[in-house]
Design a protein. Structure first.
Length: 264
């Protein structure tokens, strides 16, 4: 799947899902600009003339704006924006969440996508083409106990995607959201460990309770999300817009029997 000549921005592209997405686009021939809040992640893996990174906090309007401007200048424009940056937020009952925790989660997960999109859209309108991919979550399709602000933020991403798709369709700009499920990696394991502790269980005991809601009974990998992002940005998906696409093994609809781990 060729992305030769495409100019791509990936937020939080220095680690995790974002790093894999960026590498998929580079391998497909694109020129990619990334940012990351961790300066070591932002610049540690970038090299050559087709991948470059900058330190930025997309939850801060000024920082996001500075990154988008320098990235667009380096790329010479923008064809694809992947709004990947996000935080997991607190794992607590809603009444125990502080105002600062709530606002920080919304700032990064929702406002950050707005800050970056508003910089990309005028250029995409002018060239009458573009793709915006917003990372949501299966948590944006269902209420998850002790994950209120995260779920709220991911519902908002889906709404933002729907609005942009309607507003921008006449300019040949496609907008979709990706909804990862349980993704193998440190962040998801940390969140699930917190949920397990709240339930008085070990991670090994709690893990089957997580996967019982996945009809394929497995977590997904960052590569699965990256492959879908690459497809949605490609010409093969030229009439796909306004969609929220799960990469989750059918997480959101299955309700099978819970089978506890061996050490339950």
């Amino acid at each position: 799947m060729s992305m030769d000549g495409r100019r791509v921005v990936v937020t939080a592209g220095g680690s995790g899902i974002g790093q894999v997405i960026a590498s998929y686009f580079v391998d497909a021939g694109a020129k990619v600009a990334i940012c990351d809040i961790d300066p070591a992640c932002a610049t540690g893996g970038t090299s050559g003339d087709r991948l470059r990174g900058w330190e930025a906090d997309v939850g801060n309007a000024q920082s996001a704006g500075r990154f988008m401007q320098v990235a667009i200048d380096w790329l010479g424009g923008i064809d694809v924006l992947v709004n990947n940056a996000g935080v997991s937020g607190p794992t607590k009952p809603v009444e125990d969440i502080s105002v600062a925790e709530w606002c920080h989660t919304i700032d990064v997960n929702v406002n950050g996508q707005f800050y970056c999109a508003r910089m990309a859209i005028p250029l995409m309108k002018a060239q009458r083409s573009g793709v915006i991919l917003n990372l949501s979550s299966v948590a944006g399709k269902m209420g998850m106990p002790r994950r209120s602000v995260y779920s709220v933020s991911k519902y908002a991403v889906r709404g933002f995607t729907d609005v942009l798709a309607v507003e921008l369709g006449e300019y040949n700009i496609r907008v979709n959201s990706l909804l990862p499920g349980v993704v193998n990696g440190a962040r998801v394991r940390r969140v699930i460990a917190e949920q397990a502790a709240a339930a008085g269980l070990s991670l090994a005991q709690y893990w089957p309770r997580v996967l019982h809601n996945v009809s394929m009974h497995t977590a997904v990998d960052a590569e699965d999300v990256a492959a879908m992002a690459l497809f949605l940005a490609s010409d093969q998906a030229r009439f796909i817009s306004g969609q929220s696409i799960g990469v989750c093994g059918n997480f959101e609809s299955y309700r099978g029997p819970i089978v506890l781990g061996d050490d339950a």
